[in-house]
Write a protein that binds this ligand. Structure first.
Ligand SMILES: NC(=O)c1ccc[n+]([C@@H]2O[C@H](COP(=O)([O-])OP(=O)(O)OC[C@H]3O[C@@H](n4cnc5c(N)ncnc54)[C@H](OP(=O)(O)O)[C@@H]3O)[C@@H](O)[C@H]2O)c1
Length: 265
């Protein structure tokens, strides 16, 4: 296969967090196919092993590490096992449904710690090596909900914890701040903002209520999203490769919305 050199990840080493399933798995496998050696982490070993097996089919080095990115001891272990990383994808993230007035503050803390604190901590750990080598790419997976609130007509019963929105807005703050610190050293940092997605993992084993929610979401997608469908994990592989590639060297501090045109009406 002939790939333009500006899009090849040959000879680069990437770390993808939350690679056990969903977007993280798709990006990790996509990077392996694009020629990178890939370090990947998640907490559940079985799922991570499945991702690693898929990535290994492309022949490069694949290093799965069971680690919780919110735990400092695990982050240290990850740093030692990963070695010099050229591309960091802060993908691990979560949300929980709940009303903003009654959400337990322990939920707030947990979501902020995973979605906001951990990406910043991993930048602290991995960016200095990129600076030293004068080449690096950091991609923070955010969300379209990092630049707006939930439309009440779509979520009449109140959707999503406020901490999710706060964490994803915060990702843009980190991205903007660090872009100014890292740009002089050849290191870029950008965010990738998914719109509404239904990953293949989210489609597995839905009960009747889940099926009903999916049908409703697909109906809404047809009227709300310009591409008239929900996204899936494969929609993120190309954009993630581009932001990690040599060809994106003059793009930093930016947010790439991959939302089927949802935010562009
Ligand atoms: N799916 C969507 O609709 C959507 C929309 C907008 C933005 N996003 C963002 O896209 C990213 C990926 O979403 P997704 O839907 O692919 O998520 P997902 O299916 O829930 O997968 C999350 C991955 O992160 C891992 N993870 C969770 N907590 C972790 C921790 N503390 N340390 C290390 N790994 C951890 C999970 O594995 P373990 O549980 O085994 O650790 C799993 O592999 C997230 O940042 C999310 O906010 C998703």
């Amino acid at each position: 296969m002939i790939v333009h050199p500006s899009l090849s990840l040959q000879g680069r080493r990437a770390l993808v967090t939350g690679a056990g399933r969903g977007l993280g798995r798709a990006i990790a496998v996509g990077y392996a196919q694009a020629g990178a050696s890939v370090v990947m982490c998640a907490r559940r070993e079985g799922l991570l092993k499945e991702t690693a097996a898929q990535a290994r089919t492309f022949g490069g080095e694949v290093v799965p590490i069971v680690a919780d990115v919110t735990e400092e001891a695990d982050v240290q272990r990850l740093a030692e096992a990963a070695g010099p990383v050229d591309i960091l994808v802060n993908n691990a993230g979560t949300y929980r449904s709940g009303d903003w007035q009654t959400v337990p503050l322990s939920d707030w803390d947990e979501i902020i710690r995973l979605n906001l604190y951990a990406p910043f901590r991993l930048c602290q750990v991995f960016a200095p090596g990129m600076v030293e080598r004068r080449w690096g790419r950091i991609i923070n997976v955010a969300s379209v909900y990092g630049s707006m609130g939930p439309k009440w007509q779509l979520y009449p019963e109140s959707w999503g914890p406020s901490s999710y929105f706060a964490s994803k807005h915060g990702i843009h703050g980190i991205t903007h701040y660090l872009s100014s610190r890292l740009a002089p050293h050849g290191v870029t940092i950008n965010s990738l903002s998914p719109g509404p997605i239904m990953t293949s993992d989210q489609r597995v084993g839905l009960d009747a209520a889940g099926e009903e929610r999916l049908r409703k979401a697909e109906g809404l997608a047809r009227s709300e999203i310009q591409m008239a469908r929900l996204g899936d994990e494969d929609d993120y592989v190309g954009p993630a490769i581009f932001l990690a590639s040599p060809g994106s060297r003059y793009i930093t501090g930016q947010d790439l919305k991959v939302d089927g045109g949802w935010s562009a009406w």
